[in-house]
Design a binder for this molecule. Structure first.
Ligand SMILES: NC(=O)c1ccc[n+]([C@@H]2O[C@H](COP(=O)([O-])OP(=O)(O)OC[C@H]3O[C@@H](n4cnc5c(N)ncnc54)[C@H](O)[C@@H]3O)[C@@H](O)[C@H]2O)c1
Ligand SMILES: O=P(O)(O)OC[C@H](O)CO
Length: 328
C-alpha cells in the first residue's frame, strides 16, 4: 500500500468508529461495516455515533454501510473491530468478502473463551490464507475519535508488512510503532483487561491507591510471566501494548473494564453494562495459567471473583497472606 488506501473497518462500535475517524483524517478512503442501520445512518448523515461515542463530531467522509461486500470490495487493509468473543462468528460470516491481498488487522483485545485461542489463532483458523496483524496499545476510542494524540503498536510476523502498516495507519495524532511479536501484543491487550477489573474492584471496594498500585505492579509481573511462557518477547510487554495499556486501563474510569471492577467493588448491578472484555477473558486466562503451571494469583482471583466464588475482601486477604517470596 502506498499513499492513500481503501481501508475497511468491520464493527460499528466505539473502537471501529474511532479508527474509521482516524483513517479518514489520515486521508484514506474509509468504509465501515455496521450491522445496525441506525448506526449507519447516523454516521453517514450526522457524522456521529451517539450510542457509543455520544456527541463527538466525526470527520466527514466515513462511508458506513450494512453491505459488507461493498465495504470490503477492493480493500487494501481490513480492521476487524468486533468483540473478541464475536470474532470467530463475525469473520466466518464476512471472510468471503475480504480480498486475499488485504492484511487482516485484529483490533480486539481478548482470548476466545471456549477455546483459549488468541485472536490471531482464531483468524488463522477462519481465514487461513490471509496475512494477520494486530493493532493494540493505550487507546481510548473517545480520545482517538476526538483526534487526541495516541500511540499504539502494530504487530505482524512479517517485519516489512508491520512497518508498512505502521506507515499506513500513522496520522497527525495517531503514532504507530511496529513489531513482529504478534503474540506478545495480543497477550498484553487481552490480559490488561482482566487486571483492570482487579484494580477497579479494589478501588470500588474502598481500598486505597496503594492497593491499586500493588495490584497493577504485581499484575504486570503475571503478564510478563505469561507472555514469556507463551513465547512472547519481554520488551513487547514493557511497551505500549503491555505496560502502556495496563497503566491506562487500570487507572481511568473511561476504561469499561476498570469501571466494571468499580461497580463490582461497590456491589452495584452489573447487568447491561458496556463491553468489558476482561469478564470473558478472565476465566480462560486463569485456566490457561493453571494448566501450564504459571503463577498468576491476581488473574486467578479475578476469575474466582467473577464466578462468585470469593469476595473482594477474601481475595485481597488471600493475596496479602501468600507465602513471602523474592520480587524477582
Ligand atoms: N472502546 C475502546 O476504547 C477500545 C479501544 C481499543 C480496543 N478496543 C477493543 O475493540 C474491540 C471492540 O470494542 P468496542 O469498544 O468497539 O466495542 P463496542 O461494544 O463499542 O462495539 C462492538 C460492536 O461490534 C458489533 N458486533 C458484535 N458482534 C458482531 C458481529 N458478529 N458482526 C458484526 N458486528 C458485530 C456490535 O454491534 C457493536 O457495534 C474490543 O475487543 C475492545 O477491547 C476498544
Ligand atoms: O474500555 P476498555 O477497558 O475496553 O479499554 C479500552 C482500550 O482497550 C484502552 O486501551
Amino acid at each position: 500500500m502506498n499513499g492513500k488506501s481503501k481501508i475497511a473497518v468491520l464493527g460499528g462500535g466505539a473502537w471501529g468508529t474511532a479508527l474509521a475517524a482516524m483513517t479518514t483524517t489520515s486521508g484514506h478512503e474509509t468504509w465501515l461495516y455496521a450491522r445496525d442501520r441506525e448506526t449507519v445512518r447516523s454516521l453517514n448523515e450526522l457524522h456521529r455515533n451517539p450510542h457509543y461515542l455520544g456527541d463527538i463530531e466525526l470527520p466527514q467522509g466515513i462511508c458506513a454501510s450494512v453491505d459488507a461486500k461493498a465495504v470490503l470490495e477492493g480493500a487494501d487493509a481490513v480492521l476487524t473491530v468486533l468483540p473478541a468473543q464475536a470474532m470467530r462468528d463475525g469473520l466466518s460470516a464476512l471472510g468471503a468478502f475480504i480480498p486475499q491481498s488485504a492484511p487482516v488487522i485484529l483490533c480486539a483485545k481478548g482470548i476466545e473463551r471456549d477455546t483459549g485461542r488468541l485472536m490471531s489463532e482464531v483468524v488463522a483458523e477462519v481465514l487461513p490464507d490471509h496475512t494477520i496483524a494486530a493493532l493494540s496499545g493505550p487507546s481510548f476510542a473517545s480520545d482517538v475519535a476526538r483526534g487526541l494524540p495516541t500511540a499504539v503498536t502494530i504487530a505482524c510476523e512479517d517485519a516489512a508488512i508491520a512497518d508498512q502498516l505502521a506507515v499506513t495507519f500513522s496520522g497527525p495524532a495517531f503514532r504507530c510503532y511496529s513489531t513482529t511479536d504478534l503474540k506478545g501484543v495480543e497477550i498484553g491487550g487481552a490480559l490488561k483487561n482482566v487486571l483492570a477489573i482487579a484494580a477497579g474492584a479494589a478501588i470500588g471496594r474502598g481500598y486505597g491507591a496503594s492497593a491499586q498500585a500493588a495490584l497493577v505492579t504485581r499484575g504486570f509481573a503475571e503478564l510478563r510471566r505469561i507472555a514469556q511462557a507463551m513465547g512472547a518477547r519481554p520488551e513487547t510487554i514493557m511497551g505500549l501494548s503491555g505496560l502502556g495499556d495496563l497503566m491506562l486501563t487500570c487507572s481511568s474510569a473511561q476504561s469499561r473494564n476498570y469501571s466494571y471492577g468499580l461497580a463490582l467493588g461497590r456491589g452495584e448491578d452489573l447487568a447491561n453494562r458496556p463491553l468489558a472484555e476482561g469478564v470473558a477473558t478472565a476465566p480462560i486466562a486463569a485456566e490457561l495459567c493453571a494448566r501450564h503451571a504459571i503463577a498468576a494469583p491476581i488473574i486467578a482471583a479475578v476469575a474466582a471473583l467473577l464466578a462468585g466464588k470469593i469476595t473482594i475482601d477474601e481475595a485481597v486477604t488471600a493475596l496479602i497472606n501468600r507465602p513471602l517470596k523474592s520480587e524477582d
